[in-house]
Ligand binder design. Sequence first.
Ligand code: ADP
Ligand code: MG
Length: 345
Amino acid sequence: MDVRVSGVRKEFDRFPALHDVSLDINSGELIALLGPSGSGKTTLLRLIAGLETPTDGKVFFGDEDASLKSVQERNVGFVFQHYALFRHMTVIDNVGFGLKVRPSNTRPSTDEIRRRSSELLDFVQLSGLEKRYPAQLSGGQRQRVALARAMAIEPRILLLDEPFGALDAKVRKELRRWLREIHDKTKHTTVFVTHDQDEALELADRVVVMSQGRIEQIGTPDEVYDKPNSPFVYSFIGESSTLGVRVENGELWLADRPIGLKSELPNGDASLYFRPHDVEIVDGSQACIAGTVVASRRVGATRRVELDLRGSADRVEIGITADHPATEMSGIAFRPKHWRVFPKN
Ligand code: ADP
Ligand code: MG
């Protein structure tokens, strides 16, 4: 294991930005920290970098307590959302900066710095732009320079804080693929912050889903998508539907009848979560969820269907895959193939 965050809490003037966060980052892994704005992603990244100190808990680099290491000794490469290139330096000087400011006993020669910098520029596909200044580059090019600069110091870990967040959607998608390719070649241990689920799911080996200063779930993209372990993850990643249900002696009830799903939760109100592609349309005579279709509209690959529930005055909305011809439906009976139920909080 390369970097370990262990039981970290961080308060800013008594405001808890992170509560008891633990995370093991394996060598060569690309990890995405995914969560809405304010969930603590940047704070966690800055704690790993040493730009913040934990209120409680520890960060380890290998077996070493990182609190004993300065920011420089941690040897991390950082890329921020807003280009932090030096405006008055050429592209190649920007890339070599981290090497140039090293103490003289570890600083490579000027020729060596130049050689390494131009190699890296070649690697990020910017050869020929060595003499330009940041103002003469596009946003995407600037972020590639920033990445080359972060990699130039041969960092122990690369920390990228929404590096493509300020770019338009098309460039962002290109850079996302490109970053994955770069990572597959270099195998730098990397932590990548994003609030964009597509970016996280496409890029990362593992996704760390954060909400309100806590880690909600850690898993591969498939795991967090297919097996969300909390209502937050269900709603934050991908499309999902929620229905208010009751647990009665191991059976789930919706309105006045059981719906053929079992649960080990204690009796009481609960919430049923499922994804559109897990909705299986069934014969209405079976125990299932059924209702009259009041309205339906297509949203991308999903059809949102508004239902008057059988046996209840309540109206609910569920998502099904858009290939169901719901426009012609007057009623619908279904059961989710995969689902989770959580106690009502
Ligand atoms: P994210 O990067 O997920 O948007 P941050 O880590 O930036 O979230 O912030 C988490 C919470 O901590 C937010 O509520 C933010 O306002 C607060 N916070 C972050 N940095 C500071 C700071 N230096 N002083 C006070 N509050 C902060
Ligand atoms: Mg942030």
